[in-house]
Design a protein around this ligand. Structure first.
Ligand code: TNX
Length: 489
């Protein structure tokens, strides 16, 4: 694929057409069927074209199919798949078509990546027909807003980047030893006592119910679902600090702002623990339109296995009681009889995957987040100023050059529901830090999750990504010019 069609992730079919480019001018308009669900997408499109041309672009309803029109509509004559879409550019028209609004959002994103600025300052799109559909239905990014708080405006930048690379699941790690970041009506002390700080005493914060709705709406407009995580039964010091009755001695735990893991825990034999689990997952279910809640389950180093099993069961039951499905880190694979449809998230490539493979054979769905590939909090290179290194260094090519179906020996490929990158924030304080770690690697993970193996080639990817570097610069984003990429000077 040439740089002219620098779409990332690589679409299934890109067919250049022998027609004149579509030139975006003052008279370009967006035309859409009179359908309430389509209007937000039409607005997104008009906004995008407006930014490119520097003037407002009009939206009109249906009827006309004239020249200079970007026409978007829902259609049925597409290959199967809920996210399938088609973009056809040529003969003075652009057609964006999909079966669902999610598909249409993908079409708009692809269109945006196709827009080229000519040397004379004009803006055009080369004639092309693109038909596209993702490999995996779950293409995620997990963001740790507990270790360092991420404000709503900063989170929107991250969500915007996710949308630009067709990622569709934002997993928010909302609680940990250091802090609790979402206000829950039944447990007001959580954010009141445990959200003021971040790691090292840096400033903290939390999301109010109104902030939460804003995040959900911003994500939904970009075809992104939110999967919130409350991490139990370990990583709970913030809760033990806020509610004294969760501690066996009845004394509130001290605030913790370091970056050690594995020391805090709930106690199965305290009745308060079970009330707490029912309350927090009940509130979370009420506040979350999506079908999944993440219960954590990772790195509980101070508890016997039986107690761990009982607490994972209790948390899972609190989730399923509200009609939601459970997501949990790979450690829960050791718990027998997980609820039907549980998603188990693989992360630690250092441990024996046998229990994990067994859980998959038993029907669990598998989400792949191998630390050595998609932990975007790992350093790019040993001397990189930000990030950790426990899973090794992850440079651009490491994030790109792996095959999900071959990652874990013995894992049935059909059990894999998708791929999720993770951004832990022990060392990340600012939006610039976040974007430095995300870009360019997020684009690599997105292509692994979206594009079929036969469509993936590192050199081709790196060539396409060059144009994305220009785009990030234009957006004023701080990013890392990995030595493994090819960038403008
Ligand atoms: C492991 S991944 C953790 C997190 C850390 C991360 C740092 C996982 C389930 N647990 O608590 O933040 O490593 O890379």
């Amino acid at each position: 694929m040439s740089d002219a069609f620098a779409v990332v992730p690589a679409p299934l079919v890109v067919q250049p057409l022998p027609l004149q480019p579509f030139v975006i001018t003052r008279s370009t308009i967006v035309v859409v069927d009179a359908d309430d669900d389509l209007m937000p997408i039409a607005v997104l499109t008009a906004d995008l074209l407006g930014r490119v041309t520097g003037r407002a672009v009009e939206i009109r309803y249906a009827e006309l199919d004239a020249a200079g029109v970007v026409r978007m509509r829902l259609v049925e004559d597409l290959p199967p798949g809920p996210e399938t879409y088609r973009v056809v550019v040529g003969a003075g028209r652009v057609r964006l078509e999909a079966r669902t609004t999610e598909g249409l959002v993908h079409a708009v994103v692809t269109l945006r990546q196709l827009v080229r600025e000519r040397p004379d300052g004009g803006v055009e799109i080369d004639a092309v027909r693109i038909e596209d559909s993702p490999r995996y239905p779950w293409r995620g990014l997990s963001v740790d807003v507990a270790r360092h708080f991420v404000s709503v405006p900063d989170l929107k930048v991250v969500i915007g980047l996710m949308g630009h690379y067709k990622l569709n699941v934002l997993h928010l790690h909302l609680t940990d030893d250091q802090a609790w970041r979402l206000d829950l009506p039944s447990r007001p002390e959580l954010v009141r006592r445990s959200s003021a700080h971040s790691v090292d005493g840096d400033p903290g914060g939390h999301y109010s119910a109104a902030d939460w709705d804003e995040i959900l709406a911003y994500a939904r407009a970009r075809a992104i679902r939110v999967v919130p995580e409350i991490d139990v039964p370990g990583h709970v010091n913030a809760a033990l600090h806020a509610y004294r009755e969760l501690n066996p001695d009845g004394e509130p735990a001290a605030e913790y702002l370091g970056i050690d893991v594995g020391f805090s825990r709930l106690s199965d034999d305290l009745p308060a623990t079970h009330e707490f689990l029912a309350d927090v997952f009940g509130d979370l279910a009420d506040m979350t339109p999506g079908g999944y809640l993440h219960i954590g389950g990772d790195e509980v180093l101070t508890m016997g296995h039986e107690e761990y099993e009982r607490l994972v069961r209790a948390a899972s039951a609190a989730v399923t009681a509200h009609g939601k499905r459970v997501v949990a880190w790979q450690e829960v694979a050791s718990v027998p009889d997980l609820p039907e449809g549980t998603v188990v998230q693989y992360w630690d490539t250092r441990v024996d995957p046998a229990p994990f493979v067994a859980a998959a054979r038993d029907g669990a769905q598998i989400l792949l987040s191998p630390g050595s590939r998609v932990y975007l909090d790992m350093k790019y290179t040993p001397d990189f100023p930000l990030g950790l290194q426990w899973a090794g260094c992850v440079d651009l090519r490491d994030a790109y050059d792996w095959e999900p179906a071959d990652l874990v020996a013995g894992l049935p490929p059909e059990a894999v529901i998708g791929v999720e990158a993770a951004l832990w924030t022990e060392t990340l304080r600012t939006l610039e830090d976040l974007t430095t770690m995300l870009l360019p690697r997020l684009a690599a993970v997105a292509e692994v999750a979206w594009s079929a193996p036969g469509r993936r080639d590192y050199d081709d990817f790196a060539a396409r990504l060059r144009r994305h570097g220009r785009h990030w610069d234009r957006m004023g984003l701080v990013w890392h010019r990995s030595a493994q990429g090819t960038w403008d000077d």
